[in-house]
Structure formats: C-alpha cells, structure tokens
Write a protein that binds this ligand. Sequence first.
Ligand code: NAD
Ligand code: UDP
Length: 348
Amino acid sequence: MRVLLTGGSGFIGSHIALLLLEKGYDVLIIDSFVNSSPNAIKAIKNYLDDKNLNYNLKTINCDIRDKQLLGKIFIDSAKEFNPIQTVIHLAGLKSVSESFINPLLYWDVNVCGTENLLATMNENECYSIVFSSSATIYGLTDSIPITEDHKISPINPYGKTKVAIENMFYDLYRSNISSWKICSLRYFNPAGAHPSGFIGEDPVGIPNNLFPYITQVASGRRKFVNVFGDDWETNDGSGVRDYIHIMDLSEGHIRALDFLCSNKSCLEFVNLGSGKGYSVFQIISQFEQSTGSQIPFSIQSRRDGDLAKSYADISKAKNLLGWAPKRSLEQICLDGWKWQRKNPNGYT
Ligand code: NAD
Ligand code: UDP
C-alpha cells in the first residue's frame, strides 16, 4: 500500500518513514526541507541498506501549498498503477514563538497547506488521512490528565492553526460522511531517537524544546540548560510535561493506519502521550543518571505561553487503536543521547 508522508524528512516524519518501510509499506515522502535536511532521508536508506532490507521509498521536494505539483504527484502515482491510498500529514511549521512573530506564515503553511492537500486528495479520491495535531490545542487546564473531550482553547497562533485544521476535518467529514476516514493524533512531547542512532532530532538553530537542548548541553555544544521558571505550581516548581518516545509515537501512526483501514468511515481525535508527567528537574536528573553526563542549568523567568502542567489521558488510544507506549523515560534519554553522540552536529 502506498502512503504519502508529508514532512517525512523532519524529526517525527523520518522515524515514521523508517517504521513504515520496515513494515513493507510503499512510502512517498514529500517535503520542502524548510526545517529539515535531505540527509535524514539518506540516513533512513543507510539504515535499511545496512539491514539488507528491500524497500520502496520515493522522495519529492514539494511544498504542500503547491497545488499543481501536489496534483501531479497523485496523478503520477495512479499512472504507475500505485495510487496513493492514504496520507500521513506532518508537514507544517511548529515553533510557538515564531508563530507569535509571523502568524500569517503559520496560517498559510499549516492551514492553507492542509486545505490544499485535502482538496487534492478529494479530487483524486483518496479519503484516508492521519494528521499530526498537538496537545497545545488544549491550552490552560486544571483538569489533568487531559482527555480528548477537554475544552479546546489554544493560547498561541500555532495551536490555533491546529484547531482550524481539526475544524476543517469536522466539516469535511460531515459533508461526505460515507467517504472520509480521518484520525487526528494529538501529540504530547515526542522525544528520543531511533535506537540505532541513525536518525534523531536535529533542530535548526537553537533548540526550542527541552530534550534536544539537554542532549546538546551533554555533548558540549551548549553550556547549560535554561530552566524556564522554578515557581510553577508543581512538585518542584518546574514545568511538567508528558514525554513520549518517538518510536512509541511512530507505532501509534501504524495503529492509526490499521484502524482507518478496518473502518468504513470515521473521524477520531486521539491523544498520543506516555500518560505520565515529569518536571524539567526530573528530566535533567534522569538524563544525568541514565547517561552519566553532567547537565548544568540556570533558572530563568517563565517562558511566554508556557503552562504549569500538561499530560495525557491515553485510554482512548489504548481502547480505540489498541496502542500503548512501551518505552520508559530512561529509554528516551539513552536513545536521544546515542543519536547525539553518534551525530554531534546532527545531519550536517
Ligand atoms: P519538523 O519541523 O522536524 O518536521 C516538519 C517537516 O515539514 C520538516 O521536514 C519541514 O521541512 C516540512 N515542511 C514544513 N513546511 C512545509 C511545507 N510548506 N511543505 C512541505 N514540507 C514542509 O517537525 P516535527 O517535530 O517532525 O513535527 C511534525 C508535525 O508534528 C508538525 O506538523 C508539528 O506541528 C506536529 N507536532 C510536533 C510536535 C513536536 O513536539 N515535535 C508536537 C505536536 C505536534
Ligand atoms: N523548557 C525549559 N528549558 C528549555 C526548553 C523547555 O525549561 O530550554 C521547559 C518548558 O518551560 C516546559 C518543558 O521544558 O515546561 C517542555 O518544553 P518544550 O518546549 O520541550 O515543550 P512544550 O512547551 O511544547 O510542551
């Protein structure tokens, strides 16, 4: 079965691509490489070649806002008697801080890009999509762990674009209830790397997220971790989040594909997280313990747009998709560190 994977060269996309290929799916990646390196695709191929695995992988440099090229990709696949049967859609911009500075770019890429993709799918009678939504759509909350029916109230433009896309799914599904199969996965905090160390997270510039920042401190690329606030209403004053191993998250996508394949028509919104919350200090200390590294830190004021606590109720993923995370926080630290040590400068 041919799967179109948008954003397949990025952090999450590269891990999903590798897993899909190992499982025998035919994968067509499209990416504009605006936030990733084509070397991620080379690394996927190196891993599979190393394992002597046969695979079907094609990559096309395409911006999801380019309607003409997107249409051609669907038509060419059909002409090759290998039509795109389903889409995993990850292409988009994801920096909360950048979305405050350049909201129109975020609406253009994330919302207009997705509208373009859905319209092209519709024209080519491809009605099955797994989407990368985010826990950021829940916004401020006192009700932890967060279930999917929690109120939707994003506090940043990035989160608002994810909500707009989920609303588009509602309308599309209702307009044509017999055709569309949609699973919107609301990720919490993906972290770690493939256990081989071939692929991992390689943020452009200074990492926004905690985990890649810590691994860069451990490797000596940065001096210390800035801890954004030690006065939150949490056990130790630092922010609490739900870190999920990137391979668990990737496996969630395979389960979502299986779920869509076995259903006639559906629209589901599903949390993907570990279901556990860890504070910044707990993460630093677990990383030190697991890897033997020293992680100096410096307390800073709270970061704009941050929350005290966020972690998922994952019962829906368990019941609906038959999925559960298998890897521990220690595994996240070990695998993230392995990737960083093997590739101190990322893919460059
Ligand atoms: P990433 O930036 O590593 O990957 C996104 C990929 O999309 C990149 O390869 C980028 O080059 C590509 N891209 C961006 N704009 C594009 C466009 N217009 N056309 C084609 N390709 C384009 O990010 P990621 O962490 O892998 O995230 C993937 C998706 O998951 C994003 O949609 C993000 O919003 C969502 N998500 C990520 C997180 C997280 O913490 N990483 C959490 C929740 C949701
Ligand atoms: N954080 C931090 N220093 C950093 C990056 C993040 O203290 O350099 C904190 C942040 O305030 C939050 C947690 O780590 O409490 C997770 O932040 P991240 O940006 O990784 O994820 P998100 O905020 O999107 O959940």
